[in-house]
Design a protein around this ligand. Structure first.
Ligand code: ZN
Length: 317
């Protein structure tokens, strides 16, 4: 086992598909990209915004006056990305650039394919490199590439109509990160592997935090004094879950509860099992049922004791 002095680390991924409808302006913009046409929108003062928005960011006026801008433009600022991550526009090092397309007054964020940072400068001329296969997404612009040309000044009007318009997109949101719970939660997690629940007491207000955070959020002082709590506890509040979560093999409905372990100064969350969902109640006395690998409480079940008196847990709600 890792010595308790060593903080734990674990790779975590948060990932979900985000589905959204586009509305008239974004629909025209993305459908246009599919057709190798970049559309902006003109505001009441004559400014051309690319990418276009439905409402004027300054006045909130509704905007519908679509215009076609150039596929060439000027870099207004940039940052070199030496280590592209999965899902970024290019697999090789590239520059993130803001490009003001010819005819536009605002800049679009995208990638610039350049051999190195010495090849990139503010004011350089670039053009769109279109993706070979386009579906009506910002990735229909594969990237920008250096291109020597004079700016084309005037945007042309466009009715924004295309056959078979794109009306919605699914954007894959994903965040990869390394999580370190810190010293206090590392001690807590190590104790769990011995089926002990260890909180930490605030030296100032004497509240026992479970799981411990290393400091009292109220007093702002470090908590180092460890206190074993539980294993039994009391349901303080709860909710009935009716939606089955993906990848979670639990039949609905089930109860998710706030449980104040005996000796703890606040409640933690846990699932309640071993009792019909509609018989769970405030004050129910519960105990942990450990996961198969013995590393955490899988859920809590009734102990059979009489319910706790409301006065014993009302401060923990
Ligand atoms: Zn405190």
């Amino acid at each position: 086992m890792t010595p308790p002095s060593e903080t734990l680390r674990a790779p975590l991924v948060v990932e979900f598909p985000f589905t959204r409808s586009l509305g008239p302006v974004q629909s025209a913009f993305l459908t246009g990209l599919r057709e190798q046409t970049v559309l902006g929108v003109r505001t009441e003062t004559g400014e051309v915004l690319v990418p276009p928005v439905e409402y004027d960011p300054a006045t909130a006026a509704e905007l519908r006056d679509l215009v076609e801008v150039g596929a060439t433009g000027t870099v207004t600022t940039w940052a070199w990305n030496p280590g592209p991550r999965p899902g970024q526009p290019l697999a090789t090092p590239f520059a993130w650039v803001l490009v003001r397309l010819d005819g536009a007054d605002t800049a679009l964020l995208h990638a610039l394919d350049a051999p190195g940072p010495e090849a990139v400068r503010t004011g350089m001329r670039v053009r769109i490199r279109w993706a070979a296969e386009r579906s009506g997404a910002i990735t229909d612009i594969a990237c920008f590439e250096p291109y020597d040309s004079d700016p084309v000044a005037e945007p042309g009007s466009h009715d924004g109509r295309f056959a078979d318009p794109v009306t919605g997109i699914v954007a894959a949101a994903r965040l990869d990160y390394t999580y370190s719970p810190g010293r206090a939660q590392t001690r807590y997690l190590h104790a769990l592997t011995e089926r002990r629940t260890v909180g930490e007491r605030c030296p100032s207000c004497t509240k026992v935090y479970v799981p411990p955070r290393g400091a009292c959020p109220t007093c702002g002082v470090a908590t180092t004094h460890q206190v074993e709590v539980g294993p039994r506890g009391t349901v303080t509040t709860y909710c009935i879950v009716n939606i089955k979560a993906k990848n979670l093999d639990i039949e609905v409905p089930y109860v998710y509860a706030h449980i104040a372990l005996d000796g703890a100064g606040l409640a933690l969350h846990g699932r309640i099992g071993g009792i019909p969902y509609d018989q769970v109640r405030m004050g129910l006395r519960v105990e942990p049922v450990w996961s198969e690998d013995g590393r955490y409480p899988d859920h809590y079940r009734p102990t059979g004791e009489p319910d706790a008196d409301y006065d014993t847990y009302k401060e923990l709600l």
